[in-house]
Each structure stands twice: as C-alpha cells, then as structure tokens.
Design a protein around this ligand. Structure first.
Ligand code: MTE
Ligand code: MO
Length: 210
C-alpha cells in the first residue's frame, strides 16, 4: 500500500513540476460500453444547491491527526493543481480531456495527516449526496477537489463552487458541491452504492452494478 502511494506521489510531483508525461493514450481510450460525447451532460438528484463562496466550507475529518474546516479563501490559498483527464459516466457517456483546476487530494491529505487506521473515504455534498471510495483510489495523482473546468469557474449544475474528481472511477464517485471529506477505518456505502451501484466503479472492468 505505502509503495503504491509513493509511486503515485512521484507521478504527481512530476506533473506539478511540468515533467509528467500525459496520461497514456491508447487507441482504445474509451472504456467498454461507453461512447464519446462533446458536451457535458448534467446528472444528479435534481437539487442544485446555491452555495456562495462566502458560505462555502469544506470540512475534512475522521481518522486524521488534524481535522480542518476550510473557508473559500483558505481553500484557494492551498497549493493549486491542474490536470487533464477523461470523464466516464455510468450512463455510458465519456468526455475526453476535461481540464480541471483545484486542490489535489494529496495536498488535502498532507494538511490533515490521515492516521494509519484510515482505509476508506466518505464524501458528502451540500445536496445530501454521499459517496465512498477506498483511500487507495483517491491517493493518486489525478484526484482533486476542482473549482475550475476548462478555464471557467465550475458551474453550479456541475458542482460549483467545488467538486471532487476521481477520473479512474465512474463519475458518480466524485461528489459535486462537496461539503465533507471523512477518513474512515472501514467502508460505508454511499447514496448510489446502497442502491445497487458497484462499490468499485472501475470503468475498464465495467463495474457498473453490484
Ligand atoms: N453532490 C452530488 N454529487 C454527484 C451527484 C449528485 O447527485 N450529487 N451525482 C453523481 C453522478 S451519478 C454523476 S454521473 C456525476 C455527474 O456529474 P455532472 O453532472 O457534472 O456531469 O456527478 C456525481 N456527483
Ligand atoms: Mo451517474
């Protein structure tokens, strides 16, 4: 596990210094059962909470040494990270080369210092949404809390002011309007996971449903 983090962190550091290679692009960049779209569809529970930057807070807590609640200015003062990745929705659309800017999950983890007991992460959104991942899945060079998409502030319908992006998993694993990030010592299923969606959500394995 630790070796995997170190390898991911090295890739991340290389990206940040502009030395990283772009993600590998094979001819079959589209995961099985997906089709490419050029627009950016909106998918959610239909509630689009209007959270101003003044009201916005991000709490990061649980099995960590330093729980924090960040306001917008504190969040924006953290090291900023840009990354381009593909986006795969379980409803079969994929969009390539989404340009994200925000705060890398590694930077947030460095801030709160997860304890050794932390194995999973639970995310909550301002709309009541929740989703879970393994710690392993998000301690990677392409996971971030994004506030900017393709050079523009993230639109409310896509989760603005800020949302989570976990490119290697189906898009439901990324909480829009993110409010809390909770490090856990066990797995707790999120909104869709209790309703039969796959817990692993790997697009390349077509892990759509449990
Ligand atoms: N807070 C919140 N996050 C959410 C959702 C939601 O309903 N609420 N829907 C998820 C689902 S099912 C998908 S496919 C993606 C869609 O993101 P988009 O609307 O920006 O395309 O957001 C995910 N994150
Ligand atoms: Mo979805």
């Amino acid at each position: 596990m630790k070796d995997k983090y170190i390898a991911a962190k090295e890739r991340w550091a290389a990206k940040r210094s502009g030395q990283g290679r772009p993600a590998e692009r094979s001819g079959d960049r589209l995961p099985p059962g997906q089709h490419e779209v050029k627009n950016f569809p909106v998918l959610d529970m239909g509630i689009h909470p209007e959270i101003s930057q003044e009201e916005w807070r991000l709490t990061i807590r649980g099995h960590v040494e330093n729980a924090v609640t960040l306001d917008w200015n504190q969040f924006m003062a953290l090291d900023q990270f840009q990354d381009t990745s593909d986006f795969h929705c379980v409803t079969t659309w994929s969009q390539f080369d989404m340009q994200w800017e925000g705060v890398s999950f590694f930077t947030l983890a460095e801030l709160v210092q997860p304890r050794d007991s932390a194995t999973h992460v639970f995310f909550k959104g301002y709309d009541g949404y929740s989703v879970n991942t393994t710690l392993d899945a998000v301690m990677d060079d392409d996971t971030l809390v994004a506030h900017t998409w393709n050079g523009q502030p993230l639109a409310v319908e896509h989760g603005g002011p800020a949302r989570v992006i976990v490119p290697k998993l189906y898009a439901w694993k990324g909480a829009k309007w993110v409010k809390e990030v909770i490090f856990l010592d066990r797995d707790i299923l999120g909104f869709w996971e209790v309703r039969g969606y796959s817990n692993t959500a790997d697009p390349w394995a077509e892990d759509r449903f449990a």
